[in-house]
Design a binder for this molecule. Structure first.
Ligand code: BDR
Ligand code: CA
Length: 338
């Protein structure tokens, strides 16, 4: 059984990732911490408290950094909505007035000390809280089982600037600080997460089924996913959406579905056009380094697991299942897939 801390900037795909993690029999969520990213941390925290309520989770929630380590916050409200869940919480007037601010980084350190090697931190947003935890007790964070970070892009296009993925772009100094302090990170990058895609018709049929098993999730996920898909249709001309953060959860809890390479990763913090770029020399297929990078995964096994655990559904038809696989034309990581 893996003990898990989820650090999140929830977020539409984060919300699905949290629901997914909460239903994995091989993982127990011990702590959830929030960070500014997709939306400001106050909105993120409200979303996590709402998820905690509807998923009936008995888990402490601590809010964390409201701004990146040394930059102004850049959000992604156009992707996730002003409240981070496609306007659902705002339209329903859902708010939790009494929540304590702060404490995320120290709570992460406490969990690291308590569980040591049994602990996995799944980081679904910018690494600001993780960097703070490292600055509080580097030894404790180094001593945990692993940090799995959804983030970075190593051989393809970015989703925020030409070369950067959102989570690392928002706080490159934090990501750099963690790596420079000798903390090993497993990256689940955009190159990988963008090879999987949920088309709108699949999302619609999944949500129809969810009504039978988890009716309380349906209105939230319907509104949030519709917003998220509308964004992708407008921005990427794709009628569907990516599942970046749920894939990171799968990589943490089911590493046997994934293929990883060892590499040394550095974060660009200075470049005028490249700050936030994750740099790994993939010409050398190193087996050592400060990081592991997920380069391939069994997407259909992941799809079946996600569909049944979160949506209570199966995608029976193989054409439907295949429509979720996407070969990006940049042919990312092709050398590693041979
Ligand atoms: C990442 O950025 C966020 O918008 C998503 O929640 C995901 O964590 C993808 O680049
Ligand atoms: Ca996220």
């Amino acid at each position: 059984m893996r003990r898990v801390v989820i650090d999140t900037d929830a977020g539409v795909d984060d919300s699905i990732a949290i629901a997914y993690a909460s239903r994995l029999p091989d993982a127990t969520i011990e702590l959830m911490t929030t960070v500014s990213g997709n939306v400001p941390v106050s909105e993120v925290t409200q979303n996590v408290l709402y998820l905690k309520k509807i998923l009936r989770l008995d888990v402490p929630v601590f809010s964390g950094a409201d701004v990146p380590k040394s930059r102004k916050l850049i959000t992604a409200t156009e992707v996730h909505g002003k409240d981070g869940v496609g306007g659902y919480r705002i339209s329903e007037g859902i708010a939790f007035p009494a929540w304590k601010t702060g404490g995320a980084a120290t709570a992460i350190v406490r969990a690291a000390k308590k569980y040591g090697k049994r602990l996995t931190i799944i980081s679904l947003g910018p690494m600001t809280n993780i960097a703070r935890a490292v600055s509080i007790d580097q030894g404790a964070i180094k001593g945990i089982g692993s940090i799995v970070q959804m983030g970075g892009v190593f051989s393809g296009y970015g989703n925020t600037t030409a070369f950067t993925e959102f989570n690392i772009f928002v706080d490159p100094e934090a990501a750099s600080y963690v790596l420079e302090n000798g903390v090993k990170v497993t990256f689940v990058p955009l190159d990988l997460t963008e090879t999987f895609f949920l088309p709108r018709n699949i999302v619609t049929s999944l949500l129809m089924k969810t009504g039978e098993t988890s009716p309380e999730l349906v209105p939230l996920f319907r509104k949030a996913l519709n917003y998220y898909i509308d964004y992708h249709r407008h921005a990427d001309k794709l009628d569907g959406c990516y599942m970046h953060d749920p894939i990171a959860v799968a990589a943490a809890i089911h590493p046997e579905w994934f293929r990883f390479i060892g590499s040394s990763v550095s974060i660009e913090t200075l470049g005028r056009f490249t700050a936030g770029m994750t740099v790994a020399d993939l010409r050398k297929k190193t087996v050592r380094g400060n990081s592991r990078i997920a380069v391939a995964f069994d997407a259909l096994t992941f799809l079946d697991d996600l569909a049944s655990r979160v949506f209570g559904a199966r995608i029976g038809n193989s054409a439907g299942r295949r429509s979720c696989l996407r070969q990006r034309f940049t042919a990312n990581f092709r050398d590693f897939l041979r």
